[in-house]
Design a protein around this ligand. Structure first.
Ligand SMILES: [Zn+2]
Length: 346
């Protein structure tokens, strides 16, 4: 599942390219006349990048990014649902009404699976037993339509990455970059890429968030909320909300991806791998930290364009994010319970 092989990701790349360029066009943000192509990069590191070519731009996403995002999407969706139910005092129940798990146990297990997966990935560049992580998180406790939710989350995370790079192109960040004239060499990865600048990264994130979430979805969300308020628990219209195919779903996916960067940074900083905070909210003076990017995107929640009568519940994403910070992979369940009590999270 977490693979370095490049063969299987062709269809996924085509999907990401079509959706992200379409999203930028309908938001009137696709301002370049240049040709833009999206492809799979030859690197093994997680991430995406953009380079200038003779006739346009090439956006590259590494193979491991596809597989890692898929596994992370499963664990992020599971842990977010477990956290949400726990804080609402709810629990998954079987057909006979009997609760299927202790809610604290589930929120702990799902976060332990997520954090241990990311930590293993940082340590080794892979995940030895991805199916074991899915099992450990108890993905099986989610209702059936969460399979679609995971798929949507996965695609939206990749779209955000591609849109961030499109942002660098459309916002004119590529102007000073040396033109890259040669094909990507097989034996070296030393061709030039522009050095990232914190303000440009922030602007590219904002561009990506605007395009991904889109405009004019307030009415649709209102209609869905009204169904819930009217006591309608199940309907084909509401399924759109649960499966993540709304502006709220796309916004949540972007935040979950940025939270992954935050976790990456905390792992990298603590391992003393030459990565450190050099200025407030910046790493090595070149990148805004994942934490900063997450908070910025959260603060930009007006992109959801909710009708004035309704407000986005800011609590649920922050509760999930706080649980990620507790690092359930490093601490035993009782220790986490004690910390939660101390922080009045229970
Ligand atoms: Zn960037």
């Amino acid at each position: 599942m977490v693979s370095e092989h490049r063969n299987g990701f062709g269809p996924a790349v085509v999907g990401v390219m079509n959706r992200s360029i379409h999203a930028a066009k309908v938001t009137n943000a696709f301002t370049t006349e240049a040709s833009v192509a999206l492809a799979i990069s030859p690197y093994n590191e997680f991430g995406a990048e953009v380079m200038r070519t003779e006739h346009g731009f090439l956006v590259l996403i590494s193979p491991v990014t596809f597989s890692m995002c898929f596994l992370y999407a499963i664990l992020a969706v599971t842990s977010a649902q477990a956290t949400g139910l726990f804080h609402q005092g709810l629990v998954p129940r079987g057909p006979d009404g009997v609760s299927l798990i202790d809610p604290f146990e589930w929120v702990y297990a799902s976060h332990r699976a997520l954090m241990s997966m990311v930590q293993e990935f940082l340590r080794s560049g892979g995940v030895a037993d991805p199916f074991g992580k899915v099992k450990e998180a108890r993905f099986d406790l989610l209702p059936w339509h969460y399979v679609y939710r995971v798929q949507a989350t996965y695609e939206q995370m990749l779209d955000f990455l591609a849109l961030h790079e499109l942002g660098h192109i459309c916002l004119g960040h590529m102007g000073q970059m040396e033109q890259v004239r040669r094909a990507v060499p097989c034996t070296s990865i030393s061709y030039e890429v522009s050095s990232p600048m914190p303000a440009q990264e922030e602007a590219a994130d904002k561009f990506a968030l605007n395009c991904l979430v889109g405009r004019g979805h307030g009415e649709e969300l209102l209609a869905l909320f009204q169904l819930i308020e009217g006591g309608e628990a199940q309907s084909s219209k509401l399924d759109k909300l649960w499966t993540g195919n709304t502006s709220l779903g796309r916004y949540t996916s972007a935040l979950q991806l940025l939270k992954l960067f935050d976790v990456f940074n905390s792992g990298q900083c603590s391992e003393g791998a030459g990565i450190e905070f050099t200025k407030p909210c910046e790493l090595n003076g070149t990148h805004p930290s994942g934490q900063h990017r997450f908070i910025k995107a959260w603060a930009n929640n007006h992109v959801l364009e909710l009708p004035a009568t309704h407000k986005f519940n800011i609590g649920s994403i922050i509760q999930w994010s706080n649980w990620v910070n507790l690092d359930a992979a490093t601490h035993a369940q009782e220790k986490i319970r004690a910390i939660c009590q101390q922080l009045e999270m229970l």
